[in-house]
Design a protein around this ligand. Structure first.
Ligand SMILES: [Zn+2]
Length: 195
């Protein structure tokens, strides 16, 4: 059973869990690697085609106390929907008193099927899903804290994560025995293309 704290902070990952019974391990590994990296992420959704992952700031949501929201919309002359999309950095420049009361509830997407098809084992697929979540969450974090994002930070974040995985391979395999017994890849039980 998850703790209350884990429950209220957990991102909604139902979409990826439905597609792959081991996807939840990827989220656990991300949390283990960096317990703060998903602080702004409310939803880890599937991506049906294209790249391994996507972060689109157009899906950003902000959670803020009603009075702060009313003040921002009224005095800031901001449309409520635009408020979701304004980077936290910009908001804190103009409304420093509101900034620390605003929480992000943003979405990242992972192309779970593509990763399952292209990886050779459950271990590799789970790590690639985790790495993609880290990549997209880094885009989100950069945009919120710096106002813009590029590929540099997310690619570096993935590289550091994979180094950590290499150094902790045995610990991860021991902690998550489900990573053995492949359902995907050449040794797997799922027919190719039907995952
Ligand atoms: Zn990227």
């Amino acid at each position: 059973m998850v703790t209350w704290n884990e429950f209220v902070h957990a991102a909604d990952e139902r979409q990826i869990d439905q597609l792959y019974s081991k996807a939840h391990i990827a989220v656990k590994i991300v949390d283990m690697y960096n317990p703060r990296i998903l602080d702004n992420i409310a939803v880890i959704a599937n991506l049906a085609s294209g790249a391994y992952g996507v972060y689109n700031s157009g899906e950003n949501k902000k959670v803020l106390p009603k009075d702060v929201e009313t003040n921002l919309v009224y005095y800031g002359r901001i449309d409520r929907r635009n408020l979701d999309n304004i980077p936290k950095k910009t908001l804190s420049q103009y409304y420093p008193q509101a900034a620390n009361q605003i929480k992000q509830a943003d979405t990242v997407h992972v192309n779970v099927r593509r990763i399952m098809q292209e990886m050779g084992s459950d271990f590799d697929a789970v790590i690639e899903i985790a790495s993609t979540i880290i990549h997209e969450a880094t885009h989100e974090l950069e945009r919120e804290t710096m106002g813009t994002t590029s590929e540099v930070g997310p690619v570096n974040a993935e590289r550091h994560f994979k180094q950590w995985v290499n150094q902790n391979h045995q610990m991860l395999a021991g902690r998550f025995p489900e990573l053995q017994g492949d359902v995907i890849g050449p040794a797997g039980t799922l027919p190719p293309g039907r995952v």
